[in-house]
Ligand binder design. Sequence first.
Ligand SMILES: [Zn+2]
Ligand SMILES: [Zn+2]
Ligand SMILES: [Zn+2]
Length: 124
Amino acid sequence: MAGNVRLCGQCGAAMILGLAACPFCKLAYPGVSRGAACPGCAHVNASRRTECVSCKHDLTRACARCAARSPLDMVACWHCHAPFCHPDPTGWTGSATAPGSQPGATTAHDPCHVLSTLDDILKS
Ligand SMILES: [Zn+2]
Ligand SMILES: [Zn+2]
Ligand SMILES: [Zn+2]
């Protein structure tokens, strides 16, 4: 009835397809998976995007093993599944897990440890 244009529930600005949060008031869009925050304009893009909706900034990073480029919000290479050692912290404002708040909780699945172990195997 109201057409395809949806408005931000907080500030009333038109929702931008491809973003995961309102660029004006930062309210998260309902039903949109949150991806990486753009390094260029800080707009929070929807997950799995490879370029910023707003400024076209590259939202991918190269895999250290196979050089394939994956969206910033992925935790492992989409191509060879090598985990990224340094998950991009931008866009995650720390409301869920602060670094160091859960000692031991993340070490069991430390992607850096897994990757270095693989490297050791390959080198030996
Ligand atoms: Zn808004
Ligand atoms: Zn941008
Ligand atoms: Zn890879």
